[in-house]
Design a protein around this ligand. Structure first.
Ligand code: AGP
Length: 611
């Protein structure tokens, strides 16, 4: 979603800011703009559509500014137009603002500004309210820092914003409320941004800005102030992602690169949490036997793909640890007044750690006394910072909007956590735990085996890419894999697709099966195999195109399937980590055959920082 970049230093700011915006493109956006402190004037340029449109529009202009802010906008209030794009400026044109979030009381503020200060609004956005408030305060001879501080007190909602003012050269003032903001410590220059990716090539030390904090950046210092305006001293954080991690590395798309990185990512996640004796250790997470005895239920809350990882987490924790688990999508959980108390362990799952609904659910559970553990990829993200304990996935940066390696590493965290809890409360034996761990350790090689056979998935996609609808069915753990497989396909190929527990087919959905329908039947669970076999027979009787996804060795399935996809033999419990890989590849190749924008699908954002 919206991305903010700011630079103040001694180099031409325009190039650095535009390059930074490009790095934030993966978050999703529909317009882009920059504001530069050019001499003693604020210059704003903004354009609907891609950053390339903005670059084209300013190609003939020469800018000397060494301080500026930039923005990629994902439209919420007002259509994606040049006028609604950020930055927005104050009525007198002296102050420019970029914003990420939604100002909930903007109508009330707008009316007040119109009536009491004669402001004429130029856009349909909530953001313009910030620029106008700052402008009004500035006319009262207040400094930009004072204006930002005062403005932050009258707004409600999520409002992380950055501002520059033509009366204060070489200075950016920013405020954080509910959407991410970091400050990057450069050499003779400083940065701010929505996440670390635009900064990787310039620096490796950052400050994580907390909610309610304001930062003042000049080329030689970054000052941070708390909600009361008092200076804050905080330690910087070392960033260990490299520039290469966030580049395509020869792959046509980030998604394909990230699918192929899964053996390495899974191995990294396992390596961080297994000791030499193959025991799970949760260094940095304090979960003792006594803590566990105090917990009588676990709530797993997340959105999209992370929610699907939660569904598998429920199965694993209930099986390995015998503790009841509820899984909920965050946008529902936060408004349903969940039954939570100090005996609840709340697990938030999030790649970005910035998904607003997940963050708000976390706060809801915490306010009711729950202990909060999060499974997060982005180090220092909001979800991570507000949790009592963090189980990092260590997947490295995930740039493609469609989540792949973050999902498989979230699953690995679920296995390790469930095993750890299961041994702590003696629900499983050491022998069983060792057996599962031995299987987990084989996963990187087995995922590689699936990847090595990707050409068969590619050929399948070449035949099927113009299909109108694809169903995914499965039972037990495979039902959760089906949900994730289906989400992957629809988000990048735009094919109408949905997933259903195979046993539910007969209760309505089978009415939709016709010869043109493609059904992907996932049947990796040995004890449910006969049941899946019968479901596939029922679909076959309706002449659908059936792709069965099974472990190697199930030759009988060929008799009743149009095509078969295989994964290496494994314990049923770990099969989801393998089964999802051919489904990710299938979605990727289907979208590629259809010529879609795979890494940045329409209407979607990588980091959903608004409701
Ligand atoms: C997955 O492919 C998605 N694009 C999306 O469902 C994502 O998983 C969801 O928005 C949650 O994001 P998070 O993990 O960063 O919280």
């Amino acid at each position: 979603m919206c991305g903010i970049v700011g630079y103040t230093g001694h180099q031409p700011a325009k190039e650095i800011i535009i390059d930074g915006l490009r790095k934030l493109e993966y978050r999703g956006y529909d317009s882009a703009g920059i504001a530069l402190l050019e001499g003693d004037h604020v210059v704003v340029r903004k354009k609907k559509g891609k950053i390339a449109n903005l670059e084209k529009a300013i190609a003939g202009e020469k800018f000397y500014a060494t301080t500026g802010i930039g923005h990629t906008r994902w439209a919420t209030h007002g259509a994606p137009t040049d006028g609604n794009a950020h930055p927005h400026i104050s009525q007198d044109g002296k102050i420019a603002v970029v914003h990420n979030g939604i100002i909930e009381n903007y109508m009330e503020l707008k009316e007040k500004l119109e009536k009491e200060h004669g402001i004429t609004f130029r856009s349909e956005t909530d953001t313009e309210v910030i620029a106008q408030i700052l402008g009004v305060l500035h006319q009262e001879k207040k400094s930009l820092q004072e204006c930002v501080y005062e403005a932050s007190k009258v707004m409600k909602g999520a409002y992380t914003f950055a501002a520059i003012c033509e009366d204060e050269p070489d200075r950016i003032v920013a405020f954080r409320k509910d959407t991410p903001l970091i400050a990057g410590i450069g050499d003779g220059c400083n940065f701010l941004a929505s996440d670390v990716t635009p900064l990787l090539k310039y620096l490796d030390e950052i400050y994580l800005i907390d909610n309610g904090e304001m930062i003042v950046c000049t080329p030689d210092r970054i000052e941070i102030f708390d909600e009361d305006g008092k200076p804050v001293h905080k330690d910087s954080l070392h960033v260990n992602w490299s520039v290469e991690d966030a580049q395509k590395g020869g792959y046509q798309h980030f998604m394909l690169k990230e699918i192929n990185e899964q053996p390495k990512a899974v191995s990294e996640t396992l390596g961080r949490r297994l000791d030499d004796g193959n025991h799970v250790h949760l260094d940095g997470i304090s979960l003792t036997k006594e803590d566990l005895a105090n917990i009588n239920k676990i709530d797993i809350v997340a959105c999209g793909t992370a929610y699907h990882a939660g569904l598998i987490g429920k199965y694993l924790i209930e099986k390995f640890a015998g503790i009841p688990v509820e899984v909920d999508v965050a946008s529902e959980y936060r408004y349903r007044d969940p039954l939570v108390d100090e005996h609840t362990l709340f697990i938030a799952v999030s790649q970005s750690g910035e998904t607003l609904d997940t963050l708000m659910s976390l706060r809801e559970a915490k306010s009711k006394g729950a202990r909060v553990l999060s499974i997060v990829n982005v180090v220092g993200s909001s979800v991570a910072r507000e949790s009592d304990d963090v189980f990092y996935t260590w997947a490295g940066p995930e740039i493609a909007v469609a989540s792949t390696k973050a999902y498989t590493t979230q699953l690995i965290c679920m296995y390790l956590l469930a095993l750890y809890i299961g041994r702590l409360n003696d629900h499983i034996t050491e022998e069983y735990s060792q057996k599962v761990i031995a299987e987990l350790k084989q996963l990187p090689d087995k995922i590689q085996d699936v990847l090595d056979h990707s050409s068969s998935v590619e050929s399948m996609a070449k035949l099927l890419y113009n299909r109108q609808q694809v169903f995914y069915i499965g039972r037990g753990l495979d039902a959760s894999v089906a949900y994730e497989g289906s989400l992957k396909l629809k988000e990048i190929s735009y094919i109408n697709s949905f997933a259903i527990a195979a046993g539910e087919l007969k209760h309505g959905t089978i009415a939709l099966i016709e010869p043109e329908t493609t059904v992907i039947a996932i049947a990796t669970q040995d004890f449910l195999y006969p049941k899946m076999y019968s479901n596939i027979e029922e679909i076959r009787a309706r002449h659908a195109h059936i792709i069965s996804l099974v472990k190697k060795g199930h030759e009988d399935i060929r008799k009743i399937s149009t095509d078969v996809l295989e994964i290496p033999d494994c314990m049923d419990e770990v099969a989801p980590v393998l089964a999802i890989v051919p489904l990710q590849l299938f979605s990727y190749y289907m979208a590629r055959e259809r010529g879609e924008n795979i890494d940045k699908p329409r209407n979607l954002a990588k980091s959903v920082t608004v409701e």
